[in-house]
Every structure is written in C-alpha cells, then in structure tokens.
Design a protein around this ligand. Sequence first.
Ligand code: COI
Length: 362
Amino acid sequence: MTKFAVLKNVQPQPELVRENIKKDPGFGLYFTDHMAHVRYTLDDGWHAHEVKPYGPLVLDPAAAVFHYAQEIFEGMKVYRHADGSVWTFRPERNAARINKSAERLALPQISEEDFIESIKALVALDQQWVPTPESETDESSMYLRPFMIATERFLGVRSSHEVDYYVIASPAGPYFSGGIKPVSIWLSQNFNRAGSGGTGFAKCGGNYAGSLAAQNEAAAQGCQQVLFTDAAENKYIDELGGMNLMLVTKDGRLLTPELGDSILDGVTRRSLLDLAPQLGLEPEERKVTVDEWREGAANGDIVEAFACGTAAVVTPIGRVVGSDFTIDHGDEPGEKTMEFRKTLLDIQYGRAEDTNNWMVRL
Ligand code: COI
C-alpha cells in the first residue's frame, strides 16, 4: 500500500496531443499530467506524500532556493519493453546519490523507500506517456526529474527548515538532435566547473548554472558540449557540462577520470565500467590529462571517445576543440562506442537478459 495520496488530474492532455508528442518529443520540452510531491519541515520531517496534477508551483519570493540555490536533482528514465511493461534502471543508485547531494547541500535525507515509491506512484498514473521504441536504435523513453528545493521564507544564510521534493516526468527522445552522430566538444578556456571541496560531485543546479557561460562559449565555437578540466592545474579531464566522458584505448582499456569531489558519480558511467569486461575491455578509473588524450589520439593509442549519462546515453565524440589544437576522432561513431550503446540499450529495453538485476519494474 503506497503512502502517496492520489489526486487525479481531471483535465489530462487529450490523447491525440499525448500521442503526437510521443512521436517526436525532443528532450525536456513536454511534461506529463501529474507530479509527485513530498513536503519536509524541521518539526514533522517528510510528510504529505501525494501525486497531483502537474502545474506551476506557488512559492514565496523569499524562498531560500531563489537566493542561495539550495537545490538538488536527479535524472532517470522509464523504458517500455516489447510486452508493454514499463521499467526503470538502477533506481537505488539515484536514491543513494540524491542523498549524497542532499548531505552536501545541507538538505534533508529522503529514504530510498520514499524515493522509489514517489517514482512508482507517478508512473502508475502517467505510464501512457512512456513512448514505445520503434527500433533497436530508438532511445525514446520517459525522463524522470526528481528534485528537492529549499522553500522556507527566510533570507538568512542557513539551511532551510522547509523543503519540498517533487518528481516530474517528460517523454524524451535523444538529448542531442541529429541522430547518433559524433558531437564536438569545446575545451573550456576561461571557466572551471568544480574545485576541491566544492559541490562538483553533487547533482545540484548550481553546478549546471556555473557551466552555462562555458557552454555558451562551446556553442559559439560550433560545439555541442563543453569539457571542463580540474580547477587547480587545468590539466586533468573532469567531465562535460552535463555528462561523464570515456576513452577507449587501442590496447583494450575503457578509461575514465576517477571519481573525486569534482566529478559526478554517473549511473551510466558506473554501468558502462561494469559492462566493460563483457565487451573485452578492462575498466580503468584514474586521472587523465588532456595532453594524454591529445597525444594518444594523434599516435593511435586512444581510438574512441564518448560522452555518457542518463540523458546522453552513449554519444560518440568526434572532435575536441581547444584554443590552439584539435583532437580528431573522425566523423563516424567508434565500434566499441556503438557496442556499449547497444549493450546498454538492449538491457534497458528488455531485449537482452538483465544478468545484473539492474532493471526494476514499475
Ligand atoms: C542526466 O543525464 O540525467 C542529467 O541530469 C544531465 C542533464 C544535463 C540533462
């Protein structure tokens, strides 16, 4: 028995509208008919669990989130399998991560049970919004965005005594438009994303706000994403504006920057490292310099590069553009990149056996 009270939307979007949206949803543009909500106060803890019609929030202009950015979020997806059932991927990892983020942003812990129940309760009402993939390369899904915001009306700088947690859902196609074409990456020159002791490992809005000026520079250079290096030496690869990064070496390694306090512990990142041996690659997490990538790509030691994340799935990287150099991985997606992509999507869409028990039926 769920503790989420259900208040059904009596004016859901018409079926025709919904079905049209699902045919070509883009990313992050359309939202379903309901949202999950749980309220927190210092005195009562988490309470008032509910699913209610999707709609604007009424917040006091003095709410802490507007002033001090006390906010965190998650990104997850719901996949429709061939028999019509709907599933999500490793939700316990998102539950653990939201709590790591909450700890860093001085927000309250939410139980794994409440987190997963909030998703189940929302998807139970809005599962008609989950697209059916049309082919094995189709990555249509319903993206879930759980988030927590500080809502106390108070301008003093301390952690908020009132917090609201929501989950919204959005039918989604690929994050990058233009098919599975390699993307171009701009190496940030003027900005860093995260420093030692900062919030880089947390999934908080502030990290993304801080990436936007660099992302705009990337766009001005004709690139789709920005790559950040470490703040101390500007030497080591950290992550992209909104996703992790992986390299494939000629001698059979899947290389990615090691986690630290500046890198997000991506669920897709972790899963690809777990799958690497099955694809004949040895996973390797360590510090990687831009120079190593540059030289490795030039002499043939680093043969492929890709971005990975819930939204990005596995997206090949074709070029990295620096102020005075370019790393070129070509115009075609790499072979291992495509193998990773297929292996992951096959598990997520139920086309391959889920030997790791990663999938959870909703
Ligand atoms: C995700 O991959 O789920 C994210 O949160 C990244 C965001 C830039 C869309």
